[in-house]
Design a protein around this ligand. Structure first.
Ligand code: ADP
Length: 615
């Protein structure tokens, strides 16, 4: 009781001299003076653009019209079932209220709203008074109450209560003025509300675009959902956002991403049966749920440590089928409206598309990974087989070659022919094994190059010595003196040249001359050309020559064996040397394969030569 008296005194003491003077002015000039004042105030503050604007008007001007110690405004929600209160002045005692959100069945503000009528009462007398609001007012020393509805035509938007510490303070005249004020405020608030809604809608559209832009470029599903939850929560300033996806068998929702204040509450991967909770209902029915007071929603599951009051859940659909839900929660009652629902529905449409893209990408990646794995295994196998092939083949070739040189054998024509056959076929097999090994090494990035000074003259001789010319074939070569040395990998360049020379012979079935020319190409490059007088290549086929396994299928090439690997390998080797390879050809006349190599730098030569001398 002592406390109450003190507070009561506090309010009386807080009145300024100016306020008291104003009070007496009001009393003197009567209704006409007050209506004039009302007109002056309302025409000055016309066009308030937000709730706060309207409340400011009330705060700064209303006291000049109606004397009060406390003014409380109750603003109705869209559903007209509850109201939120604002107090003027925002007394700390009033903000001690355990809540600021009430049903229209509660309190004097609720009574005025429900009955759409004015009221002049003593706080201790009427049956309409209830503890949550009036109890507090009583604590503050309020005794007289004046309540009026805030109405625009037929629509009620809230109620307005004035409280005074003086007993039996308010008159019928005060009620008339307060009713005018209620009408004015209701109209302003309605205008402010639609203005605010429109502004919110516009800014939401811009924000939706911003979030959608972020999502459209994401292909990793985990990242996508995480970024989506985070972007939606931060951009729209929601209290808590979760994204849950349906399990394969559609019996459970799995928590995939979380952002906000409850983030530590449910673990990643948390599962909830679809027959439970608001989220389960949304997943099974494919419709959104907007619950601004979850305690009134029987579908809501109460969590012990969760103080959710409002929940908005929207389905994420793909081709009309629910794949998951987006869930937004708040610890305030009536935290969401239809604009929030519209925003989340638009975002979920986008999220559905983005999830689909990410899933497709993931399937592709998995398939690719399998293929890469298979390809690796195949390469390893081929590499191993071709490697193991070569040593027995070398022994066979060596044995057959030495037998061929044997005088006794040379005298037996049949034996000589057979042996030659063994050497030729073993050579072919050897080339195939060598090509396969090169391919697997190139593809797995394991082909190493050992660069040193290469003498082109020697290189040509080495390569040619490994190609068998028939009596119909002639060979000649020329190396210009200023193109005699280059830096390169001797073995691989030999392999390249050998491939080109053996092709020149192979694709000249009627014989002819094969020539190699090595000359300067530019100040930095030399060019080596391998020409033949064989079948040639038609211009439209030239493009595919250097591709793997590509062979040109014509009547003339039908009988010529090959795997279509040689030129691909040549190109890889030449490119690794920083050069280019191409062909100039005329069908029926012959072909010239040309490749460039970088000229040796003067300084490179000097250093390496001195090394050679030392050796
Ligand atoms: P392979 O000779 O084993 O088939 P290559 O990669 O060495 O594989 O050659 C690819 C194709 O290019 C050959 O199948 C052939 O049709 C054509 N080709 C290569 N060299 C010549 C050439 N000197 N004259 C005509 N055609 C050629």
């Amino acid at each position: 009781m002592k406390n109450t008296v003190e507070r009561k005194k506090g309010i009386q003491r807080s009145k300024t001299i100016a306020e008291m003077a104003e009070e007496s002015v009001i009393q003197k000039h009567g209704i006409l003076r007050r209506l004039n004042l009302f007109y002056e105030i309302t025409s000055r503050v016309d066009g308030a653009e937000s709730y706060n604007n309207v409340l400011d008007v009330l705060n700064s001007e209303a006291k000049r019209l109606i004397s009060y110690d406390v003014c409380v405004i109750g603003l109705l929600n869209d559903a007209k079932s509850h109201y939120i209160i604002h107090t003027i002045p925002a007394l700390s005692e009033i903000s001690d209220l355990t809540r600021n959100y009430f049903s229209i069945d509660e309190g004097v503000l609720g009574w005025v709203i429900k009955h759409q009528a004015s009221l002049i009462e003593d706080i201790n007398s009427g049956p309409v008074f209830s503890e949550p609001i009036e109890g507090k007012l009583r604590d503050l020393g309020i005794t007289s109450l004046l309540g009026v509805p805030m109405k625009t035509g037929k629509e009620i938007v809230g109620s307005l209560i004035f409280g005074s510490s003086k007993p039996a303070f308010y008159t019928e005249e005060d009620a008339t003025i307060a009713n005018f004020l209620g009408l004015y405020l209701a109209t302003s608030l309605k205008y402010a509300s639609s203005f605010q809604k429109e502004r919110k809608r516009l800014s939401q559209i811009e924000l939706i675009n911003a979030v959608t832009r972020q999502l459209s470029s994401m292909l990793q599903l985990d990242d996508l959902l995480r970024v989506a939850a985070c972007a939606i929560q931060r951009t729209f300033n929601y209290f808590d956002v979760t994204v849950l996806l349906l399990s394969e068998d559609k019996t459970e929702l799995i928590l995939e991403a979380h952002s906000g204040n409850f983030a530590d509450f449910l673990p990643h991967g948390y599962k909830q049966n679809v027959d439970k909770g608001i989220i389960g209902w949304v997943a099974t029915h494919g419709e959104k749920v907007l619950s601004n007071d979850v305690s009134q929603d029987p579908r809501y599951i109460v969590y012990e440590y969760h103080n959710t009051k409002s929940e908005l859940t929207v389905p994420i659909k793909l081709d009309n089928e629910v794949v998951g839900v987006l869930n937004v929660e708040d610890t305030k009652l009536h935290a969401f409206d239809e604009i929030d629902a519209m925003v989340l529905e638009t975002l979920c449409d986008q999220l559905g598309i983005a999830i689909n893209n990410a899933k497709l990408y993931d399937e592709l990646r998995q398939a690719n990974m399998k293929l890469t794995e298979l390809d690796k295994m195949k390469s390893e196998f081929l590499g191993m087989v071709s490697h193991d092939f070569r040593s027995p083949l070398s022994s066979i070739m060596l044995a057959a070659r030495s037998l061929l040189k044997n005088k006794d054998i040379q005298n037996i024509q049949r034996a000589k022919e057979y042996l030659q056959l063994v050497v030729d076929q073993a050579n072919r097999l050897n080339k195939l094994a060598e090509d396969t090994l090169s391919i697997t090494k190139i593809e797995s990035g394991q082909l190493s190059y050992y660069f040193k000074i290469v003498n082109i003259d020697r290189l040509i001789q080495d390569a040619v010595s490994m190609v068998r010319f028939s009596s119909k074939h002639k060979f000649e070569y020329r190396v210009e003196p200023n193109a005699l040395f280059i830096m390169g990998d001797q073995a691989k360049l030999r392999q390249t040249l050998q491939n080109l020379v053996s092709n020149a012979v192979k694709y000249s079935p009627s014989g002819g001359k094969t020539s190699i020319l090595c000359e300067e190409h530019s100040s930095t490059e030399i060019v080596i050309s391998v020409s033949d007088e064989g079948i040639g290549i038609s211009p439209d086929k030239v493009d595919k020559l250097f591709k793997k396994f590509s062979r040109i299928d014509t009547d003339q090439t039908k009988e010529i064996k090959g795997a279509g690997l040689g030129l691909w390998i040549c190109r890889e080797i030449i490119q690794a040397h920083g050069g280019r390879i191409w062909v100039e050809s005329e069908p029926g006349k012959g072909s010239t394969f040309k490749f460039t190599l970088k000229k040796m730098h003067h300084s490179e030569g000097e250093i390496t030569f001195s090394h050679q001398h030392d050796a």
